[in-house]
Design a protein around this ligand. Structure first.
Ligand code: ZN
Length: 223
C-alpha cells in the first residue's frame, strides 16, 4: 500500500495533478488515499516511473488496515479466517455463474451472472434477447444483435421486476462488466463485483471503482 498523501506532499503535487497522471477520477483517488481501495499494479509502475523509488511511501499494511477499521464506523474489517471463508463462497458462486452462462443461446460469448445478498442468491441471468424475441443472439452475419441484454443487466432487471432490492449486494459475473452495465450496477446499489474473465475494455471496471464499488477478479485458472 502506498502513502499517496505523503508522496503528494513531498513532491508538491496536487490531488488533481495526480488524478491526471494516473488517469483516475478524484473520488477514486480519495478512496485509495484513505486506504479503502488498492492502487493497481499498473498504476504503481506508473508512479515508480515518475517519482522513482516508492519504498519511502510503502505503508505498513496491517497498520493501515487498523486505521481504516477505526475510521469506518460499524464495519469491522474482515479477519484472515473470514476472508478465507468469503473466498470459498466467492469460488462457489462463480462456478454457479459459469453454469448459468451455459444456458445462454449466444454463440459468440456466453456470460452468466448471479446476485447475492446476505448469502442468498436473489437473482441470476445470462446474456440473451429480451422476452418474446427469438433466442438467437447473432444475426446472419454473426454479429450480436443490438438488443441482446448482458447477463448482469438481465439479473438486475429481474430484481427490478420484483419486490427485492440489490442494495448492498454482490454481483458474480463470468466476464467483467461493460460500460453500460457498470452504470446499472452502481445505480442498482450493488457494492461488490466479482468477475472471472477480463473484458478488453476496462472502462466499465474503472467506472465502478471510481463509484466506490469493490471490484475483484477471481480467475481460478490463474489461482
Ligand atoms: Zn454489459
Amino acid at each position: 500500500m502506498i502513502d499517496l498523501k505523503k508522496l503528494r506532499k513531498d513532491h508538491k503535487i496536487t490531488q488533481k495533478a495526480l488524478c491526471t497522471l494516473l488517469g483516475m477520477s478524484q473520488p477514486h483517488l480519495s478512496l485509495v488515499e484513505n486506504g479503502k481501495l488498492r492502487l493497481s499494479e499498473q498504476r504503481q509502475t506508473l508512479l515508480a516511473e515518475h517519482f522513482g523509488d516508492l519504498a519511502p511511501y510503502q505503508r505498513d499494511e496491517a497498520a493501515a488496515e487498523k486505521k481504516a477499521e477505526k475510521s469506518s464506523k460499524g464495519a469491522p474489517r474482515k479477519s484472515g479466517q473470514d476472508r478465507e471463508k468469503q473466498r470459498k463462497f466467492d469460488r462457489a458462486y462463480m462456478r454457479m455463474a459459469a453454469v448459468w452462462a451455459e444456458l445462454s443461446h449466444c454463440n459468440r460469448k456466453k456470460v452468466g451472472a448471479l446476485i447475492v445478498k446476505d448469502r442468498k442468491i436473489i437473482s441470476d441471468g445470462y446474456n440473451g434477447t429480451p422476452t418474446g424475441f427469438e433466442n438467437a443472439c447473432e444475426d446472419e452475419n454473426n454479429q450480436t444483435k443490438w438488443y441482446v441484454l448482458h447477463a448482469e443487466a438481465n439479473a438486475i432487471l429481474k430484481i427490478a421486476a420484483s419486490t427485492q432490492s440489490c442494495e448492498g449486494a454482490t454481483l458474480y459475473v463470468t466476464m467483467s462488466p461493460c460500460r453500460e452495465c457498470s452504470k446499472l450496477i452502481h445505480q442498482a446499489g450493488i457494492r461488490r463485483v466479482v468477475y472471472r474473465h477480463g473484458y478488453s475494455d476496462t472502462e466499465g471496471l474503472d467506472f465502478l471503482r471510481s463509484a466506490g464499488v469493490e471490484v475483484e477478479q477471481l480467475d481460478e485458472e490463474k489461482e
